[in-house]
Design a protein around this ligand. Sequence first.
Ligand SMILES: [Cu+2]
Length: 511
Amino acid sequence: MFPEARMVPHLHGAVTDEASDGFPEWWVSPDANAPGNIFGGPAGNSILTTYTNNQRAAGNWYHDHSMGITRLNVYAGMAGLYNIRDSEEAALGLPSGDYEIPLVLQDRSFYENGDLFYPRGPGDLFDPGGDDPLGNIDESFPDDESQVSRFVADANLVNGKVWPYLEVEPRKYRFRLLNGANTRSYDLTLEPQPGAASTDPIPFYQIGTDSGLLTTTSQRDSVAISPADRVDTVVDFSSFDVGDTILLRNNDFEATNGTTDQVMEIRVVESTDPDTSSLPTQLSTFDRYQEQDAVRTRTLTLDMTIDQYGRPELLLDGKKWTDPNTETVVLGEMEIWEFVNNTGMSHPMHLHMDAFQVLDRRDRNGNVVPLEDYELGFEDTVTVGGRETVRIMVQFNQYTGTFVWHCHILEHEDLEMMRTFRIVSPGDYDQDGDVDTNDYDLWKNTFGTTGEDLAADGNNDGVVNLADYTVWRDHLTGPSGALTSLQVPEPTTLVPALAGMLGAVCWRKRA
Ligand SMILES: [Cu+2]
């Protein structure tokens, strides 16, 4: 069905055209005789993608997204950073250059010879490298590699190095944190070690989220970060002396004392230059989305069941990847997506394309959990805690096509916790991906033709003709005019079909 070796790049956080977004079945393979991908391959061994960077400055990242083996390809190293910058960020005078440091957190396990260890099956979770990787599952299970539903490894890596140290000068730094781990979450603190000039925990000043700057800086004593989350921070080491050490510690409940509770050691060294950087309180300006602006709410459940071999199976809205698409969104319309977590574990839910805002969060008893200041920015991934319900608001503004939403625990994503969604043009009345005469016919039949001569006169010149169609078409193609599949009807079929701008406005508001 799929070639054994396959990959497709996804730029996480980017707003791209459909062909550049890393759709999981749009793989490429080094095998020239590999079976074709869903777009009519074989695709050969290369793919060309385009990133316009027409979006807010943010710390995005790229990683493999191929069907069924994302967890293996990312674990093997297919992930990297992709920062977008803009003048708003530059004007803030934040620590930069040598003083802006990305910290990519991942966990890995190793064999004694240094090879990466990844569980061959559930038995490997209890007896790593043992004789029975398929232990604990039904005997009827096919005798090949079996997927685990989660995996936390036994060593921490920062930027690809195991338990590294970082030398800092006694001044401000910008630490751009990314959780690039498969399953593991981190809950980070900065703890001065014995003998340091200050013994108080060091605060993180959070300035940004997944999708760019916050409006105001938020001081935090600890930073919890789920898979795929980014937390943009400034940390001030100016009260420390040369020779002091500080531990970046992981306090998450899955951290193991003496190993994975340690992330990185920070060593204070001599200054080279005076610190002229700033840590402003006011950062960015944007409006919070308003609930009343949403045209619909999609209630989507996060579910766990047991498959035929007795293994956990994660589902979205009770459906599998291969079930038909059920989420079709109209370009430019504001929606609420309500994630209802029916499982006892957290799931970092990720939507491709435009960033969203978190609207609210309710605990397992339905009580509102107030949002913290640092949750009021733009995100592309939101952690939905066990039994929680989280509502987000999203508006897709640039491209039409088929994209994906999924849990970003990579073992869950590969185990059915991924679904498609489609973005269609407001002019695509039958939602088949094209704006064509079928849409005009449906539209005409819906809104009727009475009085159409006046209503269809889009440019108000007293005559209904092709110029009116152009006005109408441009009105429907979205803010960026990104609709690529528009088929211009012949004028002879066009004019009878026109029902005018008034109808177009009604059309856009359909439920
Ligand atoms: Cu999950």
